[in-house]
Every structure is written in C-alpha cells, then in structure tokens.
Ligand binder design. Structure first.
Ligand SMILES: C[S@@+](CC[C@H](N)C(=O)[O-])C[C@H]1O[C@@H](n2cnc3c(N)ncnc32)[C@H](O)[C@@H]1O
Length: 280
C-alpha cells in the first residue's frame, strides 16, 4: 500500500501539471485526486508520493498517464435509455415545431465530455431514426467535445466492444453496426453526423467550442463530467453551459448531477428523474 498522500507533494504535482499541460488539479474533487493518485502509485509499485513526484519529473510519458488516470472516460451507447426515448418523443418534436427548424434554422446539439463518442453517436442514431420515421428533413449540427485526445481518437474511429453497445436495441444494432471479430463498427453515415473537437470546459475563450462558431444550442448534454469537480468548478462549468444554451433550450446532466445554484434561476426542471432542465 502507498503512504498517505503528502499535501505538499500533491501541491508540487499540481503546479507541475499546470505548468506543463495547463491542467488544473485544483478544480477536481480532493477525494478523486487522492483515489486516483494512490491507484497510480500502486500500479507503479511506488511507496511514497514524494518518490512518485520524482518519477513524474524524470519520466517522459508519465504526465499524460497521470492525466489519463485522473480522467474517467467510461461511457456506453444509450446510457440511461429512458433519456434518449424522452429526447426522441418529447424534446425533438417540440424544438422542431417551436424553432422553425428547416426554414433557415438548424437544430444545434452539443455533447460536452463526449468520451469515445458513445453519447453523441447515440444522439445521431436517434436523429436519423426520427428523420426516417417522420419522413422529414432538417439541418442539424451535432458537436461533441472532450479534453482527452485519446478518447477523441477512439470516437472518430467508431469501433466498439460489446460492453459499449449492449444497450443498443437489436434492430438498431443490426442497422448501424457491422460486427467483425467481436468488435462493432459504426456505419459511416452516423460517424459523419458528428463533429468532434478537443475542448476544455474551463477554456476561458468564449462559452462554446470554437468549432461551433457560436453557441445557441437547443440541447446541451453534459453527463457524468460535473461529478469529478469540486463545487466552485461545477459552478463555473454550469455558468458556461448556461450561456451556450438558447432560450427554451435544454440542459441534460448525469443521473447524480444537479444544476449548480448560481444558474438555477435561469432554468426550470423539466424532468427530475432524467436531470433535464429547460432554459427559461
Ligand atoms: C465519464 S465520461 C462521460 C461520458 C459521457 N458523457 C457519458 O455520460 O457517458 C467524462 C468525460 O468528461 C471528460 N472531461 C473531464 N473534464 C473535462 C474538461 N475539463 N473538459 C472537457 N472534457 C472533460 C473526460 O475526459 C471524460 O471523457
């Protein structure tokens, strides 16, 4: 077992990460930092945090290994399937009617902290199904961003294990994936619907990813990202997301996440079980 993490060493690690990668450890939950650092020490069979700090300074790739182990990238297709049913049956028809989509306006969606693409691709499948079922056509922009470049590379590849696709309905799995050698390859049609880019939600330039040019999103999906950050950082993130959403647009958080107090008055709870909020 590693020793108790030494506070001064954690501070040194923190300023090293900030210097080298502009990665701000101070935004993360202290308990998460402790758990993840301890795990890294165990993996490397290093006995003390001081010894680990020296290893970090001396080993080229360790800084990226550490950042990766601080970020948790777990995701699956149609994670919380009820939410996707709700988007397809309630939110999409409402936005399309209210916003005159198709008459010069496009539907704009942002998946924040998209990991390896399971969430934005599920949304793309949902939109494609909606278009086919209703025999309509409209323009849409589906942006997906993450801070982690490895995840984005995986996302663009669109190749998944069975665990990632096990909640996909059989018909959709048959229609949108090709199975080969135990892996599931997503169809190019769906891959082409999503525009991926690297974006840190703490980026101080603007309130939406540069690729989207302007925010004005109808739906922002930010699930299972806030949980890793402390209260002050959650407020900063929520503030940014709030600015990027159009009036009457939706913010969707993860199952255990809540709107921070600083923006609560701009939103009304649309569905408490789905942690779905509508901007007033
Ligand atoms: C647990 S995954 C969630 C994936 C997906 N949203 C879901 O719920 O299935 C959290 C993702 O947030 C990303 N993330 C964490 N901090 C971030 C930041 N500051 N800016 C952008 N992405 C971040 C991580 O890299 C990770 O891919």
């Amino acid at each position: 077992m590693s020793d108790e993490l030494n506070n001064n060493t954690v501070l040194s690690i923190s300023s090293y990460l900030k210097d080298k990668r502009n990665f701000n450890l101070k935004y993360l939950c202290p308990s998460l930092i402790n758990r993840r650092l301890n795990r890294r020490l165990l993996e490397l069979n290093i006995k003390s945090s001081k010894e680990y700090y020296n290893y970090l300074l001396d080993t080229d790739d360790e800084i990226d290994e550490l950042i990766n182990s601080l970020m948790i990238n777990y995701s699956t297709f149609f994670r919380n399937s009820l939410l996707f049913e709700y988007i397809a049956n309630i939110i999409l028809p409402e936005i399309l009617t209210q916003k005159d989509i198709g008459k010069g306006k496009s539907l704009r969606i942002w998946s924040v902290g998209c990991s390896s693409g399971e969430e934005p691709y599920s949304t793309a499948i949902l939109i494609n199904e909606f278009i086919q079922k209703n025999d309509i056509d409209f323009e849409f922009n589906l942006f997906a961003t993450d801070i982690d470049t490895d995840s984005l590379t995986k996302a663009k590849k669109g190749t998944y294990s069975f665990e990632a696709v096990e909640s996909v309905k059989y018909g959709l799995l048959q229609k949108y994936f090709k199975k080969d050698d135990g892996l599931f390859y997503l169809s190019d049609d769906i891959k082409n619907m999503v525009s991926f880019s690297k974006y840190d939600v703490f980026d101080k330039k603007g309130f939406s990813p540069p690729q989207s040019i302007f925010g004005d999103f109808d739906i922002v999906i930010c699930r299972n990202l806030l949980i890793y950050y402390n209260q002050a950082s959650q407020e900063k993130i929520c503030d940014k997301l709030s600015c990027s959403i159009s009036n009457n647009g939706y913010l969707i958080l993860g199952k255990v996440e809540h709107l921070s107090n600083n923006i609560a008055s701009y939103f009304k709870m649309e569905n408490e079980y789905l942690h779905l909020y509508k901007k007033k």
